[in-house]
Ligand binder design. Structure first.
Ligand SMILES: [Zn+2]
Length: 448
């Protein structure tokens, strides 16, 4: 089945790059549109008829979280001594984002133009730079309006070279009803219809055959159960720590001098959760070398939820679990003049998207965790060959920290969710009133 599954969701990311001098490859570049349907698991296309995804298939950062610095939707930075929440105004404080350089920033410094339709972080002045065109985040803006903005930006005398488009579904519904619910079918069908709208509009504008289109997501989604809940209050007093971020990867900031006491209370407390001191987090998670990662991290097994106690809203779907789980893998479909037609790849890493996109845009990648060599097979052989960038070191040294500041990327969009999990429904700075998102779901609920 011609879907390319991404590996390592938590590894997110990508986009971004270096402020290196330009050279000959800058003249050879193509247009690129990156579309992210939040939380679109790789196998959703098999659940219901998805003719627009199928049509694309037939036609047809890089940084880990520890490197780009957006390690969770809720964070504490001990150097800044500030907390970050997707729900608060601090999302507009560029210091949170500047361990990475968004691809649109690098692209613009290379003389390209960019446009962002609701891509997370695109309305933040990262390194003092916004996309050439962008719209302040507003969850209420319909998908169709976002597409129209992009079509306009890709047209005319000063057309953009790189566009990014973000849509909040099917993530919201996946959290609310769980990915295995039959109610998700109509949500997935609706995403396919939206993809169809995008394709039609690109065709109508005469862009469809010249643009390289990537449709992907930041992560998958797994079903939760009311029977699989761990209450942390059972094992450790809240007086001993501060709870940073939420299930399924919980950051624990112990009170001064309480690290070992809290760790020892938790380490063997429950067989369905793994408890790590930061330095002991497994390497395959690529989630260790950043001060925003808390001294103790708890990771629960798939389908389990970790809370302090059973109060408040309970989600039936979530992401942020191990990148080894297939349920965490997002969809990936691409088409365009630089992509091989009718080609299927069994899996790829999200971090390899960044060098892939840099190659398409003809810009020099910044140091990153991805590898163009891993994904070059997706491209036709004539695609521009880029110089090999310096890999980002994962050594927890001061030099590494400096390196990450120099380097990286963006991801921002992806970022946010890319990274881990998110637990809660995304509460955004503006009122979440996109009735359109929920319409199909609500209609189905009424039928039941
Ligand atoms: Zn989510």
């Amino acid at each position: 089945m011609p879907v390319i599954v991404m590996n390592k969701t938590r590894l997110v990311s990508c986009l971004l790059a270096l402020l290196l001098p330009l050279s000959s490859w800058q003249e050879e570049h193509s247009k690129l549109l990156l579309v992210s349907f939040d939380g679109f698991r790789w196998d959703y296309v098999n659940r219901v008829p998805t003719p627009n995804f199928r049509a694309l298939m037939e036609e047809v950062t890089g940084l880990h979280a520890e490197s780009h610095g957006i390690v969770a939707n809720e964070m504490y930075d001990p150097v800044l001594n500030r907390s970050f929440s997707m729900e608060g105004s601090e999302v507009y404080d560029s210091r949170w984002w500047e361990e990475a350089v968004p691809l649109w920033v690098t692209s613009q410094k290379a003389g390209r133009r960019s446009g962002a339709a609701m891509w997370p972080g695109s309305d933040v002045a990262i390194g003092g730079v916004y996309p050439t065109h962008y719209v302040p985040y507003n969850a209420s803006m319909p998908f169709e309006v976002r597409v129209e903005n992009l079509i306009n930006w890709f047209s005319g005398n000063e057309a953009i070279d790189f566009g990014v488009l973000y849509w909040e579904e099917p993530d919201e519904s996946g959290h609310n009803v769980g990915p295995e619910s039959p109610l998700m079918d109509v949500v997935i069908k609706d995403i396919d219809i939206k993809l169809g709208f995008l394709r039609d509009e690109l065709k109508r504008a005469g862009l469809y055959d010249s643009i390289n289109l990537i449709v992907t997501s930041d992560h998958g989604m797994t079903q939760l159960s009311h029977d699989k809940v761990i209450e942390l209050d059972t094992y450790v007093s809240q007086d001993l720590y501060t709870w940073i971020d939420k299930s399924p990867v919980v950051g624990i900031l112990p009170r001064e001098g309480k690290l070992d006491e809290v760790y020892n209370l938790l380490k063997n407390a429950n067989p369905n959760m793994a408890v790590y001191k930061r330095d002991d987090i497994p390497d395959y998670l690529h989630y260790k070398h950043n001060v925003r990662i808390m001294p103790i991290i708890i990771e629960v097994k798939e389908a389990w939820t970790l809370v302090q106690n059973k109060t408040g809203y309970f989600m039936l779907g979530n992401h942020g679990y191990s990148n080894q789980l297939r349920s965490m893998h997002p969809v990936f479909v691409a088409r365009g003049p630089l992509f091989r037609a009718g080609y299927t790849k069994s899996s790829m890493r999200s971090v390899d998207l960044y060098p892939l996109m840099c190659s398409i845009l003809g810009i020099q990648p910044r140091p990153n965790n991805g590898s163009l060599g891993n994904v070059r097979d997706l491209l036709v052989e004539t695609c521009t060959t880029m110089p090999t960038p310096t890999p980002v070191s994962r050594e927890p040294s001061y030099a590494w920290a400096v390196g990450s500041l120099l380097g990286t990327a963006l991801v921002i969009g992806f970022l946010i969710s890319f990274v881990k999990q998110v637990t809660e429904r995304r509460q955004l700075p503006l009122p979440l009133s996109n009735k359109e998102i929920f319409k199909p779901l609500l209609q189905d609920e009424l039928r039941l």
